[in-house]
Design a protein around this ligand. Structure first.
Ligand code: LLP
Length: 426
């Protein structure tokens, strides 16, 4: 999303005299107050995206399960819950955080992948719906919990997404049970008296055209007719956002009408209006977040100028992991004559690049850069690599208040779980 679109969507971000302000405050002052780098989220944008998606679909038994791997910060989960969304989780840790955020057991769906029996047991103890994604996991689940309800994740044979590492349907993926194994699912279910009450899929992340998603949804609905007492079908997440200026964003309203058609048609053919879920993560939070980072150096090599800032791939991993593009705004000079710069972080690897050969207004030491669309898979993928401290997270509420929703790490956090000779360190 472009900065002007962000400004249109929220009062939290403004430009005055060519300077980017957040809740009326200069970015260097914010970094002084809360430390640099700093994740900032706009509540307005999260709420707006939840509502836009809800309003796009009119099928009566439709729910949106926010995929909390995109951002699992509890203050944000609470906002999403207030908007009436449920949640999709991937681990006991996510079940724990979702519960703390107030999601009830029936609002949580555990979409497991290669888990051990203890993780299934944790979800069962909390009475949470579970999906399994291989025949051997179904067998493991059945042996331990015969007579239970369980959902199965199907690979519909179609994948999509912004990078091969995030495509989760089709031939080259570890996810889901292959369509050719339907009979085996039924045999294992029968052997352990399991009730297959749901089918789910997720074909990949960040698509901007919904053709493959709907085609895969249709495949899943056709498969669903082989199971006679389903309660729900979950067609997954992956709804994309517009990271790059000039790209056309996902047509949410068009997608919504297509989903309505698919769900209603299935209800007629199945003879029952079962529940339908989707599992978006990125669409809900990505555009609400920006990452502020301070410029610490400027290096003019013969062929390339490097802008070195204090945010490495331990803070925002997407550019390093997938070559992902994020818009960058020069907070002290939003518009200005541009030069070609490579923006890099402070991690000890050559691949620690946030943006390569980007046209930006002239950047100097002590300037602040805002990296846009950093609300999804930003903090949730951050690490302490190089023993660096993960940043604080700041929420700008719809009322314009600033709330710290996660403190910056302290040096002692780096050693809090370590032992030497069985004794705590430090
Ligand atoms: N459901 C399942 C089962 C998933 O595995 C995922 C994402 C989602 C839903 C939500 O997908 P979304 O709507 O956010 O695209 N780190 C990568 C994205 C990895 C996605 C992993 N699974 C990135 O930064 O692009």
């Amino acid at each position: 999303m472009k900065i002007n679109q962000l400004i249109e969507k929220t009062g939290a971000v403004t430009i005055e005299q060519n300077e980017l302000l957040i809740s009326g405050i200069r970015t260097e002052d914010l970094l002084e107050m809360y430390g640099s780098p700093l994740y900032v989220y706009c509540e307005d944008v999260i709420r707006d995206h939840c509502r836009r998606l809800k309003n796009a679909v009119s099928y009566p038994h439709f729910s949106i399960n926010y995929s909390m791997k995109a951002n699992s910060t509890i203050a944000l989960l609470k906002i999403i819950r207030e908007e009436g969304l449920s949640v999709d989780v991937m681990s006991p840790g996510e079940i724990y955080c979702a519960t703390l955020a107030g999601f009830k057991k029936e609002e949580i769906f555990f979409v497991s992948n290669n888990v051990d029996l203890q993780e299934f047991a944790y979800a069962k103890e909390h009475d949470i719906r579970i999906s399994v994604d291989s025949l051997s996991q179904l067998e493991m689940f059945g042996k331990a919990f015969s007579g239970s309800k369980v959902a199965v994740r199907i690979n519909p044979g179609i994948g999509d997404g912004h990078h091969k590492k995030v495509i989760t349907g089709g031939d080259a993926t570890k996810f889901g049970i292959h369509v050719s194994h339907l009979d085996s699912i039924k045999e294992i279910a029968k052997k352990y008296d399991l009730h297959i009450h749901g089918l789910n899929m997720h074909i990949g992340s960040n698509f901007l055209e919904y053709g493959s998603y709907m085609a895969a949804g249709k495949v899943l609905c056709d498969i669903a007719k082989n199971f006679d007492s389903l309660e729900f079908i979950d067609i997954g997440g992956g709804l994309g956002v517009n990271y790059k200026e000039g790209n056309k964003g996902l047509d949410i309203e068009g997608l919504g009408s297509n989903m309505d058609r698919l769900f209603n048609q299935f209800a007629i053919e199945y003879g029952k209006e079962i529940k339908f879920f989707i599992e978006p993560g990125r669409f809900i939070v990505a555009e609400s977040g920006l990452l502020l980072t301070r410029v610490c150096s400027r290096k003019e090599n013969p062929n390339r100028t490097y802008i070195g800032c204090d945010s490495g791939f331990n803070v925002l991993m997407r550019p390093m992991a997938y070559g992902s593009y994020h818009e960058i705004v020069h907070c002290q000079s939003v518009e200005g004559e541009r030069e070609t710069l490579s923006v890099v972080g402070n991690i000890c690897e050559t691949g620690d690049i946030l943006a390569e050969n980007r046209a930006l207004p002239k950047v100097n030491v002590d300037n602040v850069l805002a990296i846009l669309d950093a609300g999804a898979y930003g903090y949730s993928m951050a690490s302490n690599y190089n023993s660096r401290l993960r940043p604080a997270e700041l929420l700008v509420t719809s009322a314009g208040e600033r709330q710290i929703i996660r403190k910056r790490d302290e040096l002692t956090d780096l050693i809090s779980s370590q032992l030497v000779n069985n004794e705590p360190v430090g």
